[in-house]
Ligand binder design. Sequence first.
Ligand code: MN
Length: 199
Amino acid sequence: MAERDRLRDYRGKRDFDRTGEPRGRGAPAGDRPRFVVQIHDASTMHFDFRLQVDDVLKSWSVPKGPSADPKDKRLAVPTEDHPLEYEEFEGVIPRGEYGGGTVIVWDHGTYEPLSHDRAGRPVDFARSLERGHATFRLSGTKLHGAYALTRFRGGEEAWLLVKRAGGPARTRGAPDPRRARSAKSGRTLAQVASEAAGE
Ligand code: MN
């Protein structure tokens, strides 16, 4: 598997009985791809929306977070690919480091690619993202149903994340990030931050 080869050097240099660094896991074959939405209390509060595509998490910063209301069009700005293990990351990035601030896993789960061509044939999901329009059905603990990501500006890229109409009617937008709780630990941003400070 290509992913395993890519991590061979990384693993060869490390003794995982000694270091706490992640070993790195391959994309489990046949499993549904994963998604995660993190809340990141960095210099500006934002949500990070990540979809597993092969062996990485394709990532967008979504200032207002995903909305379950199809009328809401959420700005989504692409950021760098993250390793699959990042789905589990919840904690405090030290001040002064890249992205310094508190992170919680707001929601996570699996998704089903829905992208089709004009003739209704399924298209490769990674290719649909390269072309700037991808649709997918999320099965998370909070987010459910079909969403679309659509690039509307090249150069300094900008996308829109929009719930597709037709599912069960929901007009609930994204929650207040300061009150939201982790899907992983039930904690708020403030609880994660204070527990990290108490260590
Ligand atoms: Mn972020």
